[in-house]
Design a binder for this molecule. Structure first.
Ligand code: BTN
Length: 329
């Protein structure tokens, strides 16, 4: 499903964040004013609600910098540019992960990157919906083919988390933490998440679709659908403009070389760095694992990236999967 030509045209005009009168919009689009009004209302399905002020016209809540493959490629360092085999930008997809999983069934190559301006069915972990309004945040998936089976890539999500922190640090956004296994956090609020979907034989080659969702600017109206404490980058950097294209390019510059290293050397080169970003360590937590909820204190991760829970009787239990929440105890 794509966005309509008229929606694209109207968005291209409104992207500057300035007011545009109904009559100028109508003339530019070659349609009646009531058709313009209809188009403006139809933007609500993309999570956008233009502001109308009589005598001035319509404007978006804030300007949109459209995703651009030229701009992203211009940020890439040489060896990363050659590792990106395809860079696709879509106005609208159900989910960038689902799209790449389907593409992976044909001959799509390792290093295929897919971005969308809007996801109608963005996927979070544990079957949650990932709120994905148009032109606001980053919804990125990367297809990567590994020579070894899924068990050999069990620490992958930790490596991806480290790449996100490195990218943000190089853009002067400090203070970001990781919450096992793959949440990106800032002062107790979720800034982004990672969803890795793997297909392949137990001991043969496998294909990972690495999905990264990252809040750059989350409109309040959309945020009411988020069921946990959240934050976006715009609030962290106090309203300063953040180029999504630069952010994507910087992230790929960090992530792709790390994946190549991970394939050869595993988690070992990254585990201490991951530990330095661990925002749960020492805190009282609850881990939800299958049907059970176990309380204890977070004891960091072991060398394989498993979560260690210290229980009240002094034992350490390791978990390969599960959902960890901050506990109020
Ligand atoms: C989480 O629940 O924390 C994981 C969120 C992952 C969201 C991203 S957005 C890009 C990619 N496409 C999806 O449908 N999901 C991931």
């Amino acid at each position: 499903m794509t966005i309509s030509d008229q929606q694209k045209k109207i968005l291209t005009i409104l992207a500057d964040g300035e007011f545009h009168s109904g009559s100028v919009l109508a003339d530019t689009l070659g349609v009646s004013r009531s058709a313009v009004w209809k188009q403006l209302h139809s933007l609500a399905e993309l999570g956008l609600e233009p502001i109308a002020v009589s005598g001035k016209g319509y404007r978006l809540e804030r300007p949109i910098e459209f995703l651009s493959s030229e701009k992203i490629i211009s940020v890439l360092i040489d060896n990363v540019r050659s590792s990106v085999s395809d860079l696709q930008i879509h106005d609208r997809l159900d989910s960038t992960n689902t799209y790449l999983i389907n593409l992976a069934k044909s001959a799509a190559r390792s290093g295929t990157v897919c971005l969308a301006e809007f996801q109608s069915a963005g996927k979070g972990r544990r079957g949650r919906f990932w709120v994905s309004p148009f032109g606001s945040n980053i919804y990125l998936s990367l297809l990567w083919r590994f020579h070894n089976g899924p068990s050999a890539i069990s620490g992958l999500s930790l490596v991806v988390g480290v790449s996100v922190i490195r990218a943000l640090a190089s853009l002067d956004v400090p203070g970001i933490g990781l919450k096992w296994p793959n949440d990106i956090y800032w002062q107790g609020h979720k800034l982004g998440g990672i969803l890795i979907e793997v297909t392949g034989e137990a001991h043969g080659p496998c294909t990972a679709v690495i999905g990264i969702g990252f809040n750059v600017y989350m409109p309040d109206r959309e945020a009411i659908m988020i069921d946990q404490a959240w934050i976006d980058l715009t609030q962290i950097v106090k309203g300063m403009f953040i180029s999504r294209n630069r952010l994507v390019g910087t992230l790929l510059n960090e992530l792709l070389p790390m994946l190549a290293d991970f394939e050869v050397n595993g988690l070992a080169p990254f585990i201490d760095e991951w530990r330095s970003y661990d925002c749960l360590k020492g805190l009282p937590v609850i881990i939800y694992h299958g049907d059970s909820a176990i309380t204890g204190s977070a004891g960091g991760v072991d060398n394989n990236g498993l979560f260690r829970l210290m229980t009240s009787d002094g034992k350490a239990c390791c978990f390969a999967s599960g959902e960890v929440s901050f506990s109020k105890d």
